[in-house]
Design a protein around this ligand. Structure first.
Ligand code: ATP
Ligand code: MG
Length: 353
């Protein structure tokens, strides 16, 4: 069976380097392998509104921003169907039916929602119902397309589990076999699966304001790296330093290769050697930060340049998004129709011929 791949991002801001290692790198790999039946990427504007009800303009403006981020990172719209969630209303319809298959207690146990509450403006008490239920709507996004393979970061694992549970619950409740159980595709390393933010505390997240964005200028990237959290007890160069929880080393773990050392820091063979020196003492933060800057700039430069080109013809990107949303809607509406038949809420048989 060939893969049906689906993944997406919330248009709450531009994409950051956490997206790059967490999900986009795997998307580019899958695109290159070309071993799939269908590949969808969804811009989740409906989901973004669940915690941005009063910021419709922000969400709307970021739809095109995220689309430009995809294309500049190398996603090929000829191979991948990039679409806008709100333009596929069947997804909302499906969510209504799935809501009946999930308990409030189950939603309350979702660890990602708990972490996300820390970075949202509302605390637990003023959480909108829509936000609480977004794992259910995310299940619709996946199940509507019979997706098998979901390239995501680690924060999405509870959402995938929820989607699998809903798929099983629907099939067993309505005696059907139409919904499939999706699998997450995580990046290789832990630092990539959950890239920490510049503050060293939460995961890098648009909503937490601790990001290096793919569109940041060269100077912005450098400035952010130079002020990143390292080890507060590593004051003098000669002090022994801590590598764990040190943002610069977390990012080097995620992005640096032995090649990077050859090119930008040949006095060390690899990251293990650099870490050992830092732990022992005698290696300053400025040196490791400048190295990280070189590593990241190499990745971000071509993306930035492509973005500048793409920004000249935004109309064409909107056309692509609408055309693909139309195609995605056809698929989702077929699944919705099959679900209604399985549930027995297809009334057409009562119509007089
Ligand atoms: P928001 O703060 O609005 O939730 P976000 O920065 O968390 O935004 P999402 O749109 O929620 O980004 O996530 C899109 C995809 O990127 C998901 O697959 C998610 O797992 C992945 N992702 C997001 N942040 C990270 C991160 N820091 N490290 C690895 N993967 C990430
Ligand atoms: Mg998120």
């Amino acid at each position: 069976m060939k893969k049906i791949i689906l993944t997406g991002d919330r248009p709450t801001g531009n994409l950051h380097i956490g997206h790059y290692v967490g999900s986009i790198a795997n998307r580019l790999k899958l695109q290159k392998e070309n071993d799939f039946e269908k590949f969808y990427i969804m811009i989740a504007d409906t989901q973004a509104l669940t915690d941005n009800a009063d910021k419709v303009d922000k969400v709307k403006n970021n739809v095109i921003q995220v689309a430009i981020d995809y294309l500049s990172a190398g996603i090929d719209p000829e191979k991948v169907t990039i679409f806008i969630q709100s333009q596929v209303p069947e997804l909302a319809e499906m969510t209504m039916y799935f809501m009946n298959l999930v308990t409030v207690a189950r939603l309350n146990r979702n660890p990602t929602i708990k972490e996300e509450l820390k970075m949202r403006e509302f605390g637990g008490n003023s959480m909108p119902v829509g936000f609480m239920c977004y794992p259910i709507s995310q299940a619709s996004d996946i199940l509507a397309f019979n997706a098998t393979t979901i390239p995501v970061g680690e924060d999405q694992l509870p959402m995938l589990e929820q989607a699998r549970e809903i798929s099983r619950a629907f099939n067993s409740t309505y005696g059907s076999k139409i919904l499939v159980e999706p699998q997450a595709l995580l990046p290789e390393s832990k630092s990539q699966a959950r890239l920490v933010g510049l503050d060293g505390k939460l995961k890098m997240s648009k909503s937490a304001g601790n990001c290096i964005f793919l569109k940041d200028s060269e100077a912005e990237v450098k400035q952010k790296i130079m002020s990143a959290y390292t080890d507060p007890n590593h004051i003098k160069v000669s002090d022994p330093g801590k590598v764990e929880g040190n943002v610069v080393f977390e990012y080097l773990d995620a992005f640096a290769t032995d090649e990077s050392f050859k090119k930008y820091l040949p006095e060390y063979k690899n990251l293990d050697e650099l870490k050992a020196h830092y732990r022992k003492g005698g290696l300053g933060d400025v040196k490791i930060k400048l190295f990280l800057n070189n590593v990241l700039q190499e990745i971000l430069k071509p993306i930035r340049e492509k973005r500048a080109e793409l920004e000249k013809n935004v109309d064409k990107i909107y056309e692509m998004l609408f055309e693909n949303s139309r195609k995605a809607r056809e698929v989702a509406s077929q699944t919705m129709q099959k679900m209604k038949e399985a549930m027995g809420i297809d009334y057409t048989k009562f119509l007089k011929k």
